[in-house]
Design a protein around this ligand. Structure first.
Ligand code: FRU
Length: 492
């Protein structure tokens, strides 16, 4: 019966593949073969391989009853798609296998996820929902057996939003973090277990307030980095303040201290972890070499998703290495990603005086590494125009805005559907901005000053919009010499 459900989903994907159009298809980012993808789930290293699961709707490129899609890799670069790992349909996960995490015990891989049930008959939240925490396991890392609900009810009768279990080991026990909503306030709840099957409620580790913290914290992750504790989460309901919180929902962190009794005492405010248009539901894993790696959903709820017309939708960010610099959580692209580099060439622009210059580098799959010299530059703004067309007016701009003193990503003309500007601050004392940019067919990820900031967004230029120009407006812009690599088309 359960196998039949998985087979049916697999056939739906197989049937859709010939209809898929690949104009926006990503070359080296994980995306579903067909259908819909949202959050990364169950990030884990198991028997020498990285496993990434994801929220998946195999039957259409729209969100629907959630399955867990699955892929694995030995090197974080080349990924193999595997059969769908979880299908909903049992009484405890009737309407969806929502987000969750994975752990390894001896030779068994466990998945811990939220079983979602619509109480009405229409998939309408107004009619009520029920969320429980469920367990599944596998001995081969491919075929999973569901064990049902292991936490059947929220600790308070008024909590209905109660999801996204993140399980980790601490002092020889299993700890679980859950996001919840009590009334209009968000909560971080903690449970503890010896065996993954029986869980004790430890308490509410942290409560937020609607006005300042949003109404729900989705996808919590709690981990130690460089001796400090990080609470990473995806708050819903934050209002924009200045340049912050411009997306529909946010993704960020607070540093703090998690004590033995399960209280989290924050030491910092909430800070967004990425500043692009499309970055949500990030989760981490601890790699065998001690690195803390992160993936996020490289999209945002309610964003335009033009690839839906092409029978697929959603992608994961590049894997990133996390580190702390003071109180700031920073991200660098995983070092393995240099394996994507094919032919390279110097990126030599020099100084531009109020002009634009077409470069001899073109492409949709590129890594660019270069700098913007602020000392001696007088331009109001200067930077690069990427994925430019000759006649369609398409371009994606990455530039320094001297008046605002910010590094800007502008996708007002980045092709189908998308729009908007995002930016990060440039410190008054800073004399240079170092940039590392990854372009894929429908994405851009910008790492600023060795990971001090990142901006990650989807763009949907025409496949022929491949040009790059450098520009300086109203004055001189000085570019520090860099390098450009064409990247491999892995057809993930
Ligand atoms: C976050 C989220 C999770 C939930 C999942 C459902 O994007 O809303 O809270 O488990 O997506 O697909």
């Amino acid at each position: 019966m359960y196998t039949a459900l998985l087979d049916e989903a697999h056939h739906a994907i197989e049937k859709t593949l010939p209809e898929r159009s690949d104009d926006y298809r990503l070359a080296y980012h994980l995306a579903p073969p067909a259908g819909w993808m949202n959050d990364p789930n169950g990030l884990v290293h198991f028997r020498g391989e990285y496993h990434v699961f994801y929220q998946h709707h195999p039957y259409s490129p729209q969100w629907g009853p959630m399955y867990w899609g699955h892929a694995k890799s030995t090197d974080l670069v080349h990924w193999e798609h595997l059969p769908i790992a979880l299908a909903p349909g049992d009484p405890y996960d009737r309407d969806g296998c929502f987000s969750g995490s994975a752990v390894v015990v001896e030779d068994t891989l466990y998945l811990i996820y939220t079983g979602h049930i619509w109480l009405g008959d229409s998939g309408n939240e107004e009619q009520g929902i029920r969320q429980v925490q469920c367990l599944a396991s596998s001995n081969d890392g491919i075929n999973f057996t569901k064990h049902g609900a292991v936490i059947e009810a929220a600790p308070h009768p008024d909590i209905v939003h109660f999801r996204d279990p993140k399980v980790w080991q601490r002092d020889g026990q299993w700890w679980m973090a859950l996001g919840a909503r009590l009334g209009d306030d968000p909560q971080l709840l903690l449970y503890r277990s010896q065996d993954l099957y029986h869980w004790d409620y430890l308490g509410c580790a942290l409560t937020g307030q609607r006005e300042t913290d949003g109404y729900m914290w989705e996808c919590p992750d709690v981990f130690t980095l460089q001796g400090r504790e990080v609470f990473l989460y995806s708050p819903q309901g934050l209002e924009p303040i200045g340049y912050e919180h411009w997306n529909r929902f946010q993704n960020g962190y607070r540093l703090g201290r998690l004590d033995e009794t399960g209280g989290f005492t924050p030491a910092t405010d909430f800070h967004e972890i990425d500043h692009g248009h499309d970055f949500y539901a990030a989760q981490t894993l601890l790699a065998p070499d001690g690195r803390r790696l992160l993936w996020a959903w490289l999209d945002m709820w309610n964003s335009p998703m033009p690839s839906q017309a092409h029978q697929w939708c959603g992608a994961l960010s590049l894997p990133r290495e996390l580190f702390l610099e003071g109180d700031q959580l920073r991200m660098r692209p995983a070092r393995e990603l240099t394996a994507l580099r094919q032919s390279g060439q110097a990126l030599t622009i020099g100084s531009l005086e109020a002009q634009s210059q077409v470069l001899d580098i073109r492409g949709a799959l590129l890594e660019l590494e270069f700098g913007l010299e602020l000392t001696g530059s007088t331009a109001e703004r200067f930077g690069l125009a990427l994925r430019c067309s000759e006649d369609r007016g398409e371009q994606t701009l990455v530039y320094f805005d001297a008046m605002a003193r910010r590094l800007v990503l502008d996708r007002q003309h980045s092709g189908a559907g998308v729009e908007g500007i995002r930016s990060v601050p440039v410190a008054p004392a800073q004399t240079r901005i170092a940039l590392r940019i990854f372009l894929d067919r429908s994405s851009i990820e910008i790492f600023v000053d060795d990971g001090a900031y990142s901006l990650s967004s989807r763009i949907y230029p025409h496949p022929d919009s491949l040009g790059i120009s450098a520009f300086a407006v109203n004055g001189r812009g000085i570019f520090k010499e860099g390098y450009a690599w064409q990247l491999a088309d892995l057809k993930l």
